[in-house]
Design a protein around this ligand. Structure first.
Ligand code: S3P
Length: 194
């Protein structure tokens, strides 16, 4: 009997305000697989992120973040999920190495003015590294090469809501899965061939 195709794991990376959590939830719902925001996993393990920054400093937060993110990335081969990574998770080499083993790593982008606007309007979450627009802009510039390095797909999130972006993303992923499957099929030896 044919096996039901299993949805692939998808990891969303990108700067603060890129919409990783909102888009991630919508993508997971469409693929019928669980969603995990690694910032929430960190907060569940060690308390609110601003408090971790205050007590352990950014270095302490990064060590904790790398440990939890690498563990969650490793678990994807057992259970596919959609993971949304905090904006700075790609700073850790261990995280970047683990990302190279994931089939779909999507970099969500938007112009920095748009990212700052979204962050400033978000009253829910305090972000220790988003207190000043100039520093925010410089931080994005310093990180862009890291996002580019790990991404298998880049999606601009300007001018569309999370549901629309998720639908486009799922369509792009299924195209790429189909292309991958047909590439594998055409390179596989024919059944019965000696
Ligand atoms: C950070 C991004 C935040 C959070 C922390 C640090 C960063 O996550 O991990 O405040 O360094 O870019 P989001 O990208 O989900 O806002």
């Amino acid at each position: 009997m044919a096996r039901a195709p299993q949805a692939p794991a998808v990891v969303l990376v990108g700067f603060m305000g890129a919409g990783k959590s909102a888009v991630g939830r919508e993508v997971a719902a469409r693929l019928c697989i669980p969603f995990l925001d690694t910032d929430e996993a960190i907060a569940a393990a060690a308390g609110p992120i601003p408090e971790i920054f205050a007590s352990l400093g950014e270095g302490g937060f990064r060590a904790l973040e790398a440990e939890i993110v690498v563990r969650e990335l490793g678990a994807l081969s057992r259970e596919p999920k959609v993971l949304a990574l905090g904006g700075g998770a790609v700073l850790a080499r261990d995280v970047r190495d683990a990302l190279r083993l994931v089939e779909h790593v999507v970099w969500l982008t938007a112009p920095v003015e748009e990212l700052w606007r979204r962050i400033s309007a978000d009253e829910g979450e305090e972000r220790p590294l988003a207190r000043d627009e100039q520093a925010f802009t410089a931080l994005l510039a310093a990180r862009e090469a890291l996002y580019r390095d790990v991404a298998t797909l880049v999606v601009d999130t300007s001018d569309r809501d999370a549901a629309r972006i998720a639908s486009e993303l799922v369509a792009a992923l299924s195209d790429s899965e189909a292309r991958g499957a047909s590439a594998r099929a055409s390179s596989a030896p024919e059944e019965g061939a000696a």
